[in-house]
Write a protein that binds this ligand. Structure first.
Ligand code: FES
Length: 185
């Protein structure tokens, strides 16, 4: 007569095991439980882990050097990386934003055949051309004033200075200046 002591039985090879479970199944269940516990711990702890990583927005710098003044040609130079137009008239420099004030497309400079004297909003200057936006057709005078299309405001003009350390021009796009601003170098 076969007897069963407690919950232990003997198999044909003489190895005993817990009643109703085999070692392979127990191992699998153990690993599954551990995995579920690990996932649960990760989900529960995620807010804490995330709070340890600061929310950092990597914005381009607001002040940057663009090169020595003498390296810029007479007239207008487009600085694509900064979406900026740098104007040079002999020893006078000024910077105009290339970002359309409608929806932010980059405007293009359309030069006149010959420079011409223009007066816009009581400011007289030597116009080299004007700006056109390729997206929705806004147009701006050579000093930045919007005059056609949906753009609601003039193009921005930014502060310029010469770096004492390197002698290069420094643009500060955080500081807007009036359209008659000129840096004399
Ligand atoms: S973005 Fe320039 S006109 Fe719309």
């Amino acid at each position: 007569m076969r007897t069963v002591a407690s919950n232990t039985i003997q198999n044909e090879t003489g190895v005993s095991s817990e009643a109703g479970t085999d070692p392979t199944r127990r191992g699998f269940l153990g690993r599954l439980t551990a995995a579920v516990a690990a996932v649960g711990a990760l989900v529960a702890g995620w807010p804490l882990l995330r709070s340890l990583v600061p929310n950092v927005l990597y914005e381009p710098p607001k002040r940057f050097r663009i090169g020595a003044p003498e390296n810029f040609q007479e007239g207008v130079t487009f600085l694509e990386e900064h979406r900026l137009f740098l104007f040079r008239d002999s020893s006078n420099y000024h910077a105009v934003s290339g970002i359309c004030t409608h929806l932010g497309c980059t405007v293009k400079f359309s030069p006149f055949t010959l420079p011409q004297e223009e007066t816009v909003r009581e400011f007289t200057y030597r116009a080299l051309g004007e700006f056109h936006c390729p997206c929705h057709g806004s147009r701006f005078r050579g000093e930045g004033t919007n005059y056609a299309g949906p753009a609601p405001r003039p193009l921005k003009c930014f502060h310029l200075e010469v770096s004492r350390a390197t002698g290069e021009l420094v643009v500060d796009v955080a500081t807007e200046v009036s359209r008659d601003f000129r840096l004399v170098v």
